[in-house]
Structure formats: structure tokens, C-alpha cells
Write a new protein. Structure first.
Length: 231
């Protein structure tokens, strides 16, 4: 039984890249000039977005190997966040999972495995895209951990690259694509490259900014009989 659980767990590992790196952004509440670059739009988001929800699709691509085509896995679900430091990903396809941060602990509930993994949030998130999303009050406070640079506009989007200053981290770079709309600026793409060459691209739809979210959305209650692992 333990061997079977291990196999299932490995199948999911790529799809839950969001555990440490996958993060979500949002729609800004104020309309901004089209000519504003990605850094400007990101600064506005970090300052103004206090909470939000959206649907997401995540495509994780493993690094190519000699003689082999890179393999991709797709997952989808919904996302909610609330500053400071709270978020949840509810994966619906292809496996049902919940990834929830309550401000102290990061919980991963795998329904098929009947298993919950709990880690201290501060230790496992650190300088990741999730930290940008849920913790910082402004872009300036993030510059202790990231270098930000605008990228050329393409595909109708403004882009900004966030590069961790720590060379030994799990994340190599985060590329964020934002789109100006009549109602403001919304996140279109979050493209994460990790230190092992794996790429995770998240796209978002139906984003709602600064919505009222019940406190219960960020409280994890383990189902009866579930195995709880605390590494």
C-alpha cells in the first residue's frame, strides 16, 4: 500500500508546482495608461490587491532529455487569496487536491491518497511568487529578495521578469504577463522557471479583485481518518 501511495504521489508532484512556486496575481482596480510597462503594473497590483479569486489552468513541462520529447501535464481549478499570507488552490482536474496557506501552515490535501501534508509556511514559501502575491505591502519591500525588469511587450501583454537574488533557491525566474482593459489591468500569464529546468505556466480567467472572502476559506480542517504528515 505504501508503494502504491508513493507512485500516486510522484504523478502529482509536477502538477502541484504551485506548492512552492506556483502563485497567482490579479486585476487592478484602477485603469492605467497602456504605455505603462510591466513593472509599473506590478507595483500597482502589489499595492492595491488585498484579496481576489480566479479560475486557473496550469501546464507543467518537464525539461527535455536527449532523444525524448518534453512531457507536459495540465491541471485546473480555482484560486483565492487574502493578504497577508493566505491563499488556497483547489485543484479539480485531473486530481482533486487542496493547497491552503493559513498564514502559519501550508496544507496539502490529496483526496485520492487520503493524505495531508503540513509544513511551516515561512520555511517552504520564502522568496517565491506566492510571497509576492500574498505577503508584500508594496514592490519596494520585495526588492530585498527579487530583481524586477520590464520585458518587451508581446501578444498584447505587458511583461515583467522577477529574478530571485538568492542563487541557491528553487526558482530561477518568474515572468508575468499583464493586460490593460477598460476596467483596469489584469493578470494574463504567470510563467515560472525552476532551478531544475521545469516550467509551470498558469493562465487565469474570471478574476475578481478585492472581494469579501469568509475567514473559513483559509482554515484547514482535516477530514476524519486522513493521514497527516509533518515533514
Amino acid at each position: 500500500m505504501m508503494q502504491m501511495k508513493s507512485v500516486w504521489k510522484s504523478r502529482r508532484s509536477a502538477l502541484v508546482l504551485g506548492l512552492y512556486s506556483g502563485c497567482v496575481w490579479g486585476v487592478l482596480s484602477l485603469a492605467l495608461p497602456v504605455q505603462a510597462d510591466g513593472v509599473d503594473l506590478l507595483a500597482q497590483f502589489v499595492k492595491q490587491a488585498r484579496s481576489g479569486r480566479a479560475d486557473f489552468t496550469q501546464v507543467v513541462t518537464s525539461p527535455s532529455r536527449a532523444g525524448q520529447t518534453p512531457r507536459s501535464k495540465t491541471s485546473s481549478g480555482s484560486f483565492e487569496f487574502q493578504r497577508p499570507g493566505k491563499f488556497r488552490f483547489d485543484y479539480r482536474k485531473p486530481f482533486v487536491q487542496t493547497l491552503l496557506a493559513d498564514g502559519q501552515t501550508l496544507w496539502l490535501h490529496d483526496v485520492d491518497l487520503n493524505q495531508v501534508t503540513a509544513r511551516k509556511q515561512q520555511q517552504v514559501l520564502g522568496s517565491t511568487p506566492v510571497a509576492l502575491l500574498t505577503a508584500a505591502a508594496d514592490l519596494q519591500s520585495l526588492k530585498a529578495d527579487f530583481q524586477f525588469s520590464p520585458e518587451p511587450a508581446r501578444d498584447g501583454l505587458a511583461w515583467v521578469r522577477a529574478t530571485p537574488l538568492a542563487a541557491d533557491g528553487q526558482i530561477r525566474s518568474v515572468l508575468v504577463g499583464l493586460r490593460a482593459t477598460p476596467m483596469g489591468v489584469e493578470l494574463a500569464v504567470l510563467d515560472v522557471q525552476d532551478s531544475l529546468g521545469q516550467r509551470s505556466v498558469l493562465t487565469f480567467a474570471g478574476f475578481q479583485l478585492n472581494v469579501a472572502l469568509p475567514a473559513s476559506q483559509f482554515v484547514f480542517k482535516a477530514p476524519a481518518g486522513v493521514d497527516i504528515i509533518r515533514p
